[in-house]
Design a protein around this ligand. Structure first.
Ligand SMILES: C[S@@+](CC[C@H](N)C(=O)[O-])C[C@H]1O[C@@H](n2cnc3c(N)ncnc32)[C@H](O)[C@@H]1O
Length: 278
Protein backbone atom coordinates (compact mmCIF):
# COMPACT_ATOMS: atom_id res chain seq x y z
CA UNK A 1 0.00 0.00 0.00
CA UNK A 2 1.38 3.39 -0.96
CA UNK A 3 0.42 6.11 1.52
CA UNK A 4 -0.39 9.58 0.30
CA UNK A 5 2.21 12.14 1.44
CA UNK A 6 0.31 14.95 3.16
CA UNK A 7 1.32 18.54 2.45
CA UNK A 8 2.39 20.97 5.15
CA UNK A 9 -0.55 23.20 6.22
CA UNK A 10 -0.86 26.67 7.71
CA UNK A 11 -0.87 26.28 11.53
CA UNK A 12 1.49 23.27 11.49
CA UNK A 13 4.59 23.44 13.70
CA UNK A 14 7.60 22.50 11.58
CA UNK A 15 11.23 21.77 12.26
CA UNK A 16 13.39 23.47 9.67
CA UNK A 17 16.82 21.85 9.53
CA UNK A 18 19.68 23.65 7.79
CA UNK A 19 23.38 23.16 7.14
CA UNK A 20 25.31 21.48 10.02
CA UNK A 21 21.94 20.43 11.53
CA UNK A 22 21.17 23.96 12.80
CA UNK A 23 17.40 23.98 13.23
CA UNK A 24 14.37 26.17 13.93
CA UNK A 25 10.83 25.46 15.15
CA UNK A 26 8.17 27.57 13.49
CA UNK A 27 4.38 27.67 13.52
CA UNK A 28 3.42 28.41 9.90
CA UNK A 29 1.33 31.53 9.31
CA UNK A 30 0.61 32.72 5.76
CA UNK A 31 2.42 35.96 4.88
CA UNK A 32 5.04 35.64 7.65
CA UNK A 33 8.81 35.29 7.19
CA UNK A 34 11.48 33.47 9.19
CA UNK A 35 14.89 35.13 9.66
CA UNK A 36 17.66 32.53 9.87
CA UNK A 37 21.45 32.75 10.12
CA UNK A 38 21.47 31.65 6.46
CA UNK A 39 18.86 34.04 5.04
CA UNK A 40 15.10 34.65 5.02
CA UNK A 41 12.44 32.02 4.28
CA UNK A 42 8.81 32.91 3.58
CA UNK A 43 6.21 30.70 5.32
CA UNK A 44 4.24 30.72 2.02
CA UNK A 45 7.23 28.96 0.41
CA UNK A 46 6.68 26.01 2.79
CA UNK A 47 2.86 25.82 3.07
CA UNK A 48 1.55 23.24 0.58
CA UNK A 49 4.89 21.43 0.12
CA UNK A 50 5.15 17.73 1.12
CA UNK A 51 6.79 16.98 4.52
CA UNK A 52 10.50 16.28 4.02
CA UNK A 53 10.81 18.82 1.17
CA UNK A 54 13.86 20.98 0.69
CA UNK A 55 13.36 24.74 0.53
CA UNK A 56 15.91 27.53 0.02
CA UNK A 57 16.42 30.84 1.83
CA UNK A 58 16.65 34.06 -0.19
CA UNK A 59 20.45 33.56 -0.10
CA UNK A 60 20.08 30.11 -1.72
CA UNK A 61 20.86 28.07 1.43
CA UNK A 62 18.96 24.77 1.75
CA UNK A 63 16.68 23.71 4.64
CA UNK A 64 14.64 20.51 5.13
CA UNK A 65 11.04 20.69 6.39
CA UNK A 66 10.36 18.00 9.01
CA UNK A 67 7.50 17.06 11.32
CA UNK A 68 9.12 17.36 14.79
CA UNK A 69 8.86 14.63 17.41
CA UNK A 70 8.33 15.48 21.09
CA UNK A 71 12.02 14.68 21.70
CA UNK A 72 13.07 17.07 18.90
CA UNK A 73 10.95 19.83 20.38
CA UNK A 74 12.35 19.44 23.89
CA UNK A 75 16.00 19.15 22.87
CA UNK A 76 16.95 22.82 23.24
CA UNK A 77 13.82 24.20 24.88
CA UNK A 78 14.54 27.56 26.58
CA UNK A 79 14.38 27.02 30.35
CA UNK A 80 14.78 28.73 33.69
CA UNK A 81 14.16 25.57 35.76
CA UNK A 82 15.35 21.99 35.62
CA UNK A 83 13.30 20.17 32.95
CA UNK A 84 12.20 16.59 32.38
CA UNK A 85 13.88 14.63 29.59
CA UNK A 86 12.45 12.45 26.82
CA UNK A 87 13.89 9.26 28.37
CA UNK A 88 11.61 9.77 31.39
CA UNK A 89 8.70 11.48 29.61
CA UNK A 90 8.30 8.61 27.14
CA UNK A 91 7.96 5.97 29.83
CA UNK A 92 5.72 8.16 32.03
CA UNK A 93 3.27 8.66 29.15
CA UNK A 94 2.98 4.92 28.55
CA UNK A 95 2.90 3.92 32.22
CA UNK A 96 0.23 6.45 33.13
CA UNK A 97 -1.82 5.69 30.03
CA UNK A 98 -1.85 9.31 28.83
CA UNK A 99 -4.02 9.28 25.69
CA UNK A 100 -5.85 11.49 23.24
CA UNK A 101 -8.79 13.35 24.82
CA UNK A 102 -7.75 12.94 28.47
CA UNK A 103 -7.83 15.58 31.18
CA UNK A 104 -4.62 15.61 33.20
CA UNK A 105 -3.13 17.74 36.00
CA UNK A 106 0.54 18.48 36.61
CA UNK A 107 2.69 20.63 38.92
CA UNK A 108 5.03 22.43 38.72
CA UNK A 109 4.87 23.68 35.20
CA UNK A 110 8.53 24.78 35.39
CA UNK A 111 9.73 25.65 31.88
CA UNK A 112 6.89 23.65 30.32
CA UNK A 113 8.87 20.74 28.85
CA UNK A 114 6.60 18.03 30.27
CA UNK A 115 3.55 20.29 29.79
CA UNK A 116 4.34 20.49 26.06
CA UNK A 117 4.65 16.72 25.79
CA UNK A 118 1.35 16.22 27.66
CA UNK A 119 -0.42 18.79 25.48
CA UNK A 120 0.76 17.08 22.31
CA UNK A 121 -0.37 13.71 23.61
CA UNK A 122 -3.87 14.65 24.85
CA UNK A 123 -4.49 16.43 21.55
CA UNK A 124 -7.08 19.03 20.63
CA UNK A 125 -9.87 17.21 22.54
CA UNK A 126 -7.89 16.90 25.80
CA UNK A 127 -6.77 19.39 28.43
CA UNK A 128 -3.72 19.88 30.64
CA UNK A 129 -4.17 21.81 33.90
CA UNK A 130 -0.70 22.94 34.92
CA UNK A 131 0.12 24.58 38.27
CA UNK A 132 3.16 26.74 39.03
CA UNK A 133 3.95 29.13 41.88
CA UNK A 134 6.86 31.02 40.24
CA UNK A 135 5.68 33.69 37.75
CA UNK A 136 9.01 33.72 35.85
CA UNK A 137 8.82 29.96 35.29
CA UNK A 138 5.20 30.17 34.15
CA UNK A 139 6.09 32.96 31.67
CA UNK A 140 8.83 30.84 30.15
CA UNK A 141 6.44 27.89 29.87
CA UNK A 142 3.81 30.09 28.21
CA UNK A 143 6.38 31.25 25.59
CA UNK A 144 7.44 27.66 24.89
CA UNK A 145 3.86 26.40 24.57
CA UNK A 146 2.99 29.30 22.29
CA UNK A 147 6.00 28.60 20.06
CA UNK A 148 4.85 24.98 19.68
CA UNK A 149 1.23 26.04 18.99
CA UNK A 150 0.00 24.17 22.10
CA UNK A 151 -1.11 26.97 24.42
CA UNK A 152 -4.84 26.45 23.79
CA UNK A 153 -4.66 22.90 25.16
CA UNK A 154 -3.20 24.05 28.50
CA UNK A 155 -4.75 25.90 31.43
CA UNK A 156 -1.78 27.56 33.17
CA UNK A 157 -2.56 28.23 36.84
CA UNK A 158 -0.52 30.46 39.19
CA UNK A 159 -0.88 28.71 42.49
CA UNK A 160 0.92 26.96 45.33
CA UNK A 161 -0.61 23.49 45.15
CA UNK A 162 -0.75 23.46 48.94
CA UNK A 163 -3.99 25.41 48.30
CA UNK A 164 -5.37 22.47 46.32
CA UNK A 165 -6.35 21.82 42.70
CA UNK A 166 -9.54 23.16 41.05
CA UNK A 167 -10.20 19.91 39.19
CA UNK A 168 -11.89 16.71 40.37
CA UNK A 169 -11.97 13.30 38.73
CA UNK A 170 -9.00 13.79 36.38
CA UNK A 171 -7.50 10.77 34.57
CA UNK A 172 -3.92 11.35 35.67
CA UNK A 173 -1.92 13.67 37.92
CA UNK A 174 1.85 14.15 37.83
CA UNK A 175 4.07 16.02 40.32
CA UNK A 176 7.54 17.37 39.57
CA UNK A 177 7.96 19.45 42.74
CA UNK A 178 10.51 19.27 45.55
CA UNK A 179 8.23 17.93 48.29
CA UNK A 180 5.43 15.92 46.60
CA UNK A 181 4.66 14.09 49.88
CA UNK A 182 3.29 17.39 51.26
CA UNK A 183 0.41 17.43 48.72
CA UNK A 184 -1.02 13.92 48.68
CA UNK A 185 -4.29 14.92 50.30
CA UNK A 186 -4.73 17.55 47.52
CA UNK A 187 -3.83 14.91 44.90
CA UNK A 188 -6.54 12.58 46.22
CA UNK A 189 -9.08 15.38 45.85
CA UNK A 190 -8.29 15.89 42.16
CA UNK A 191 -7.60 12.38 40.86
CA UNK A 192 -10.35 9.90 40.00
CA UNK A 193 -10.43 6.61 41.92
CA UNK A 194 -8.19 4.18 40.07
CA UNK A 195 -6.60 7.00 38.05
CA UNK A 196 -2.85 7.36 37.73
CA UNK A 197 -0.56 9.30 40.02
CA UNK A 198 3.08 9.83 39.03
CA UNK A 199 6.06 11.76 40.36
CA UNK A 200 9.73 12.30 39.57
CA UNK A 201 12.20 12.71 42.44
CA UNK A 202 15.98 13.05 42.34
CA UNK A 203 16.80 11.38 45.70
CA UNK A 204 15.93 8.11 47.40
CA UNK A 205 15.12 10.02 50.62
CA UNK A 206 12.26 11.79 48.84
CA UNK A 207 11.02 8.52 47.35
CA UNK A 208 10.81 6.86 50.76
CA UNK A 209 8.86 9.77 52.23
CA UNK A 210 6.48 9.72 49.29
CA UNK A 211 5.81 5.97 49.55
CA UNK A 212 5.03 6.38 53.22
CA UNK A 213 2.55 9.19 52.55
CA UNK A 214 0.88 7.37 49.61
CA UNK A 215 0.19 4.36 51.83
CA UNK A 216 -1.39 6.58 54.45
CA UNK A 217 -3.73 7.95 51.78
CA UNK A 218 -4.75 4.53 50.38
CA UNK A 219 -2.74 4.50 47.20
CA UNK A 220 -1.76 1.07 45.95
CA UNK A 221 0.11 -0.56 43.07
CA UNK A 222 3.12 1.60 43.96
CA UNK A 223 6.03 1.22 41.54
CA UNK A 224 9.43 2.91 41.59
CA UNK A 225 11.61 2.74 38.49
CA UNK A 226 14.60 4.45 36.96
CA UNK A 227 15.29 4.70 33.24
CA UNK A 228 18.72 4.67 31.57
CA UNK A 229 19.50 5.74 28.04
CA UNK A 230 22.86 5.15 26.41
CA UNK A 231 23.76 6.63 23.03
CA UNK A 232 26.01 4.91 20.50
CA UNK A 233 28.29 6.46 17.88
CA UNK A 234 26.67 5.60 14.52
CA UNK A 235 30.01 4.81 12.83
CA UNK A 236 30.04 1.34 11.19
CA UNK A 237 33.85 1.01 11.46
CA UNK A 238 34.02 1.81 15.19
CA UNK A 239 30.52 1.25 16.52
CA UNK A 240 30.60 1.84 20.29
CA UNK A 241 28.85 3.79 23.07
CA UNK A 242 29.55 7.51 23.34
CA UNK A 243 32.00 8.42 26.12
CA UNK A 244 29.54 10.21 28.39
CA UNK A 245 25.99 9.58 29.50
CA UNK A 246 23.47 11.21 31.81
CA UNK A 247 23.63 8.69 34.63
CA UNK A 248 20.77 10.00 36.77
CA UNK A 249 17.82 12.30 36.25
CA UNK A 250 15.27 11.09 38.80
CA UNK A 251 13.36 8.14 40.22
CA UNK A 252 9.90 7.69 38.75
CA UNK A 253 7.11 6.69 41.09
CA UNK A 254 3.63 5.56 40.03
CA UNK A 255 0.55 4.64 42.11
CA UNK A 256 -3.25 4.45 41.96
CA UNK A 257 -5.70 5.80 44.56
CA UNK A 258 -8.25 3.21 45.70
CA UNK A 259 -11.72 3.59 47.11
CA UNK A 260 -10.71 1.62 50.15
CA UNK A 261 -14.12 1.56 51.91
CA UNK A 262 -16.01 0.00 49.03
CA UNK A 263 -13.21 -2.43 48.31
CA UNK A 264 -13.01 -3.56 51.93
CA UNK A 265 -16.76 -4.25 51.84
CA UNK A 266 -16.35 -6.20 48.63
CA UNK A 267 -13.38 -8.19 49.82
CA UNK A 268 -12.33 -8.49 53.46
CA UNK A 269 -8.89 -9.71 52.32
CA UNK A 270 -8.03 -6.48 50.55
CA UNK A 271 -5.20 -5.60 52.97
CA UNK A 272 -3.46 -8.84 52.23
CA UNK A 273 -3.98 -8.40 48.47
CA UNK A 274 -2.66 -4.86 48.53
CA UNK A 275 0.46 -5.86 50.41
CA UNK A 276 1.30 -8.16 47.54
CA UNK A 277 1.01 -5.47 44.90
CA UNK A 278 2.21 -2.40 46.82
C1 LIG B 1 11.81 21.03 38.21
S1 LIG B 1 10.62 22.25 37.91
C2 LIG B 1 9.43 21.46 36.88
C3 LIG B 1 9.95 21.24 35.47
C4 LIG B 1 8.90 20.78 34.49
N1 LIG B 1 8.38 19.47 34.85
C5 LIG B 1 9.47 20.74 33.07
O1 LIG B 1 9.61 19.63 32.51
O2 LIG B 1 9.78 21.81 32.52
C6 LIG B 1 9.78 22.31 39.44
C7 LIG B 1 8.80 23.50 39.51
O3 LIG B 1 7.85 23.23 40.53
C8 LIG B 1 7.48 24.47 41.09
N2 LIG B 1 6.91 24.19 42.42
C9 LIG B 1 7.53 23.67 43.49
N3 LIG B 1 6.68 23.56 44.54
C10 LIG B 1 5.47 24.02 44.10
C11 LIG B 1 4.18 24.18 44.71
N4 LIG B 1 3.99 23.84 45.98
N5 LIG B 1 3.15 24.69 43.97
C12 LIG B 1 3.36 25.05 42.67
N6 LIG B 1 4.57 24.93 42.03
C13 LIG B 1 5.61 24.43 42.73
C14 LIG B 1 8.79 25.25 41.13
O4 LIG B 1 8.56 26.63 41.20
C15 LIG B 1 9.46 24.82 39.82
O5 LIG B 1 9.23 25.74 38.78
Amino acid sequence: MKLEIMPVKEGDVIQLVGIKHKYYFVKLIAGKVLQTHKGIIEHDEIIGKPWGSRVKSHLGNPFYVFQPSIADMLQDIPRNTQIMYPKDIGYIMLRMGIEYGQHVVEAGTGSGAFTSALALRVGDQGKVYSYEQRPDAQNQARKNLNKFGLLDRVDLKSRDIADGFDEEGVDALFLDVKTPYDYISQVRGALKIGGYFGAILPTTNQVIRLIDMLRRYDFAFIEVVETSLRYYKPEPERFRPVDRMVAHTGFLLFARPLDRDSMINADKNIDQDLDVVV
